[in-house]
Design a protein around this ligand. Structure first.
Ligand SMILES: [Cu+2]
Length: 182
């Protein structure tokens, strides 16, 4: 085999390799592209709590949640969850003051359930919020995709409010419906 034909063979190999890479690359990449979601957290029960949640799903099963929120009661635990409907999988939504079924002026965690649905994922740990009442949260969870999706039909709910001079950790203080950024 002379140099010329070796070069030609090499060129052919490179060519075949490039075609193969082009065919298979999009399939490999599709799985690796993180899916980005967001929720704008608006106050419930005149709590003054508001913030933003960013959610990233990687490989279809790793869920990274970041929350930046302000206006919490300081020094208290403020549970935070992803809420959603299981059956039927209708949209989770944030309650309005109309959800106050017993008319006591507070939408309790139970009164909000018909809107946002039960807890799908507790965003642990529930750290005590510091003196300035702000929360910076980030955690990654490994979740079965069928448990979590459809994420764009779920909500992020933050809790914990003093009601009639008693701190009620479950009372919702902010809520945001999750939407996809793609
Ligand atoms: Cu919750």
């Amino acid at each position: 085999m002379d140099i010329k034909s070796m070069e030609s063979d090499m060129k052919q190999l490179v060519y075949i390799f490039m075609i193969t890479a082009m065919v298979f690359a999009p399939m490999a990449v599709a799985d690796d592209i993180p899916q980005e979601y967001m929720a704008v957290l608006e106050s419930l029960n005149d709590s003054g709590v508001e913030g933003i949640a960013w959610i990233t799903v990687t490989d279809g099963k790793y869920l990274t949640v970041e929350i930046e929120a302000v206006g919490f009661e300081a020094g208290k635990p403020h549970p935070q969850h992803v809420h959603g409907m299981d059956k039927p999988r209708r949209n989770s939504s944030c309650p309005t003051p109309d959800a106050d079924a017993n008319g006591d002026g507070i939408v309790s965690v139970g009164e909000g359930l018909p809107n946002y649905g039960p807890v799908v994922l507790p965003l642990v740990p529930f750290d005590l919020v510091g003196a300035d009442g702000s929360l910076s949260y980030a955690a990654t969870f490994q979740i079965r995709p069928e448990k979590l999706q459809p994420l764009h039909k779920r909500s992020v709910v933050l809790h914990g409010l003093t009601v009639d001079s008693t701190y009620v950790p479950s009372t919702p203080v902010a809520c945001g419906e999750i939407f996809a950024l793609d």
